[in-house]
Write a protein that binds this ligand. Sequence first.
Ligand code: ATP
Ligand code: LTN
Length: 329
Amino acid sequence: MKRMLSGIKPTGELTLGNYIGALRNFVKYQDSYELYVFVANLHCVTVYQEPKELRKNLKDAIALYLACGLDPEKCTIFLQSDVLEHAQLGWLMTCMTYMGELGRMTQYKEKTKGAKDESISAGLFVYPSLMAADILLYDADYVPVGEDQKQHVEITRDLAQRFNNRYSETFTLPEPLIPQVGARIMSLTDPTKKMSKSEESNKGCIYLTDDPAVARKKIMGAVTDNYAHVNYDKENQPGVSNLLEILSSLTGEAIDSIVARYEGKGYGDFKKEVGDAVANELTMIQNRYNDILKSGMIETVLKEGAEKAHRIAFRKLKKVQKKMGIDIF
Ligand code: ATP
Ligand code: LTN
């Protein structure tokens, strides 16, 4: 069975973008791959997090993973910091990475735009090296992510290749798995920007814990255009195209078929259908989420997950350290 791994940063509440671009797909893959999913808590402190809030977000993220359908019997769910090998291999990977490579990362450039050097953590800069370690520790064949993470999986491949060439064959080269529809859900208030949990206004972003009625309102208020016909054209009708991607991902109906159903109609009914689909999905997730939080199962899931992950990570790190000459025996 091929191995698959992915992580989500719990910097805030999980969004509909995280769900459609990543989480939902993990659930689909858990039956046909050996799947490892972790909460990237070491990644999220590249930017200051208020400790109380972070602790809550971590727990919420795990509960949401489970509520969205991840089954600890089928996949391994863990907290990144519980497996110490991530930080250790992260450092070794940092030493294999060039400053120039890191400086070219789009996410780094976007997140630091306009900021002074004195306010940017060095962790934010070397973050892709830690992400490479996350993936390479497990010899993952595939990494299911949204479009924004493609470049980070590519640098992981470069680092794996560099290590294999410099020492000897050690790491599997991973491939990113990007969904065809929904790889980049856009903000509802500015459809030229990614729907992001770190967005300032929360009108453009639907959180998985939003009241379904609020989510429906956000969809009804989504920015569209003056063309007044439902059409998939990301360039000229980015708002409508984004809603089409949301509806198609949630219902499984092809975009062309939705477009055909709305031929000659305006945006009102269309938005209502998207709003209903989103509200139904949130209701389903939230019912399970509340049960999971009450059940106290999160601690057990994380403990068992970390043990399983550690067994693999431990062996891999040993091998790497031997090859590099930093282990004596
Ligand atoms: P931020 O918005 O603060 O940059 P993020 O949501 O991108 O954070 P993660 O929580 O780590 O960061 O993302 C988890 C997964 O969700 C990644 O695979 C990412 O590609 C995907 N993802 C995030 N936002 C979207 C989006 N708007 N559309 C599709 N996929 C997304
Ligand atoms: N960088 C990712 C989160 C992440 C990840 C990973 C994803 C950290 N380590 C390993 C896949 C594999 C993000 O910001 N979304």
